[in-house]
Design a protein around this ligand. Structure first.
Ligand code: FES
Ligand SMILES: [Fe+2]
Length: 426
């Protein structure tokens, strides 16, 4: 459990908050590249870390991310005209470039706009994602180096879904792999992106995983050990890289997947989901399943990134399937199984009332690491773990190791990006 002050410290990420300062040290996924598909396309509203922003791609293809409201009388630039290398407010015609600089006030002399500038942040495109950096421009880190973002578009699929709860309870769901044997148990055998893997039987056969957690430069390696044949353990190893990247251990030859849990504001977050294969293209069948919302992706309310099964319709709960054992929780789709329970904790989970168990070891240590990062940043100005792109070169793994084999040693190699080598997977 956490006392209220500590829960507030980790869950509040708006401007000026300590955890918000930590988040503002990283490149964060802000938009799918498909949301700004071409020069002079429609601008898009973006809320990130409780800041309301507008993103646009100008005539020359440059990306802009700045205050949503016009510097003049605060009309939303979402209504703006994206034309001739800038975004023009349709109210009185003031125009801004991608740096937030006002470049034209039609009613005044050219000099008038010189000192008018909106707050603006860097926005770059990589791996099908537009990444934002919202911190001190002098401390901007090199570009992110996540493996999924470095493979070809044919090897990768990325989606995002709106999640109506705080980022931390969502992240903690990504760290906790003990729920797989329960919540996702029926989907392991039916989902086209999970079924058939050799490791599934160990997940379903041993409901008492033992957790071992190792520290890494960027975060943690969370290992869950289950009984396998003879003298072996089946290990599922989840890397967490600060602040909000988790990667699900692979299954057989299925694509490998993971998430970012990015705060929109304190009561909502984006659940980013990626899938990739390091050594081959995704097959047409795999891609079609992802586009259809299978695996860790989902179906949407048309024209939005809101899941079709959501809080307003009780996630399309199917009590018959729950009773019949066809769906363990009665909710279809792995993404929505996770999202439904994470949202059910309330907009911000009240951790003063929780009771953690040994299977929550990864969660406990992750919180500890977050507190330490906050303290070091506030007191010493020390950049938090996970900012260095070297820390991004991690992989999840599933491996069989003899009982007497040291987990950390057995896992270390398998959990690094090894060019030319596939993921370690059972
Ligand atoms: S409010 Fe934008 S130009 Fe007047
Ligand atoms: Fe899950």
């Amino acid at each position: 459990m956490l006392v209220k002050e500590k829960n507030d410290l980790l869950t509040q990420t708006g401007p000026g908050t300590p955890m918000g300062d930590v988040f503002r040290c990283y490149w964060l996924p802000a938009l799918l590249a498909e949301e700004l598909p071409e020069p002079d396309c429609a601008p898009v509203r973006v809320e990130l870390l409780s800041e309301k922003l507008i993103a646009f791609r100008d005539t020359d293809g440059r990306l802009g991310l700045m205050d949503e409201l016009c510097a003049h009388r605060r009309a939303s630039l979402w209504f703006g005209r994206n034309e001739e290398s800038g975004l023009r407010c349709p109210y009185h015609g003031w125009k801004f470039d991608v740096t937030g600089q006002c470049i034209e006030v039609p009613s005044e002399d050219p000099g008038f706009c010189k000192n008018i500038k909106l707050t603006a942040y860097s926005l770059i495109e990589k791996g099908g994602i537009l990444w934002a950096y919202m911190g001190d421009p002098d401390k901007k880190p090199p570009l992110p180096e996540w493996e999924f973002a470095n493979v070809t578009p044919e090897q990768r699929f990325v989606s995002k879904r709106y999640q109506q709860c705080n980022w931390l309870q969502s992240l903690e769901g990504g760290i906790d792999s003990s729920h797989v044997s329960f919540l996702h148990s029926t989907s392991l055998e039916t989902d086209p992106l999970f079924r058939g893997a050799g490791g599934n039987k160990y997940n379903l056969g041993d409901m008492k995983p033992v957790f071992e957690v190792a520290d890494t430069d960027g975060g943690l390696l969370i290992g869950a050990r289950r009984m396998a044949e003879e003298d072996q353990y089946y290990w599922r190893i989840t890397p967490w890289v600060m602040p909000c990247f988790t990667m699900v251990p692979p299954r057989g030859d299925h694509p490998v997947h993971g998430h970012f849990w990015v705060p929109i504001n304190d009561e909502n977050c984006w659940a980013w989901s990626f899938d990739y294969k390091s050594q081959r293209d995704l097959t047409a069948i795999e891609r079609a399943a992802m586009e259809d919302g299978q695996g860790i992706h989902c179906k949407y309310v048309p024209g939005t990134y809101m899941p079709l099964a959501n809080k307003s319709n009780d996630y399309l709960m199917n009590r018959k399937a729950q009773k019949a054992g066809l769906l363990y929780s009665g909710i279809d789709s792995i993404a929505i199984q996770d999202g439904s329970l994470q949202e059910s904790m309330g907009p911000i989970c009240d951790r003063t009332k929780e009771m953690l168990a040994p299977t929550d070891k990864g969660i406990m240590l992750a919180r500890r690491k977050l507190f330490k990062a906050i303290k070091n940043l506030q007191e010493k100005g020390e950049l938090p773990p996970g900012v260095d792109p070297e820390d991004h070169k991690v992989r999840s793994a599933s491996v069989l190791l003899p009982h007497d084999h040291d987990y950390e040693k057995g896992a270390r190699d398998a959990t690094k990006v090894r060019p030319g080598k596939p993921h370690a997977s059972v």
